[in-house]
Design a binder for this molecule. Structure first.
Ligand code: R5P
Length: 225
């Protein structure tokens, strides 16, 4: 908890007056949204868009000024979590089910700041099952096509019900041994018609902030290949 909070709060220090801010989703960004709420109460002037219904509700409770995504042309900075980050700052996201809106918001953002604790750092992506959002129509066929990419795709459940995203889609959690070429896998996933979006964020992060258990945080050095 202290590690998540440390990363989340350090990221919020990057915000400046006048910014349009993207609010990510998850238990790490929760602390960022809380910290933004405190800064807004103390006079920080920003407007925000959320990547999920639950982040939007939290932001509204904290009186963070929200604008509809339809009114946004460009987002200055988005703060979001991740399930894994590799040394090149490639990510797996979507453990909390919000990957589609997160990717749309990240793509519209000048800067994507990722906040994680040290347990999320990996040398190679794939230990965490890759979330893939699929349309309900023909999901069995989509599942078979995903399996042909070398993974075991499991339909996500929640309280014994099929998990449904904020967008009315299903989620397949795809277990790979490891992901050697995230960029290539991303392209292959996009070729499957039933796939709406997947949780690989390749080359999108502008910074990865890592929290330690002792409550300190640092920016991960980026290895370029
Ligand atoms: O769909 C959810 C998001 O991608 C989250 O940012 C990600 O799962 C990390 O969440 P947490 O900070 O709770 O580990």
């Amino acid at each position: 908890m202290e590690a998540k909070r440390a990363a989340a709060e350090l990221a919020v220090e990057l915000l400046q007056d006048g910014m349009t801010v993207g609010l990510g989703t998850g238990s790490t960004v929760y602390y960022s949204i809380q910290a933004i709420g405190r800064k807004v109460a103390n006079g920080l002037s920003i407007r925000a868009v959320a990547t999920s219904v639950r982040s939007e509700m939290l932001a509204k409770e904290l009186d963070i000024p929200m604008i509809p995504f339809s009114e946004v042309e460009e987002i200055d900075m988005t703060i979001d979590g991740a399930d894994e980050a590799d040394p090149e700052w490639n990510l797996i996201k979507g453990g909390g089910g919000a990957l589609l809106r997160e990717k749309i918001v990240a793509d519209a953002s000048k800067q994507l700041i990722i906040v994680v604790d040290e347990s999320k750092l990996v040398q190679r992506l794939g230990r965490f099952p890759l979330p893939v959002e699929v349309v309900p129509f023909g999901f069995e066929l989509t599942q078979r096509k995903l399996r042909r990419l070398g993974c075991e795709p499991k339909l996500r459940m929640s309280d014994s019900q099929l998990y449904m995203t904020d967008n009315g889609n299903y989620m397949m959690d795809c277990e790979f041994d490891s992901i050697a070429q995230p960029g290539r896998l991303s392209e292959e996933l996009h070729r499957i018609p039933g796939v709406v979006e997947h949780g690989l964020f390749v080359g999108m992060a502008s910074q990865v902030i890592v929290g330690r258990l002792d409550g300190t945080a640092y920016t991960l050095d980026r290895v370029r290949t």
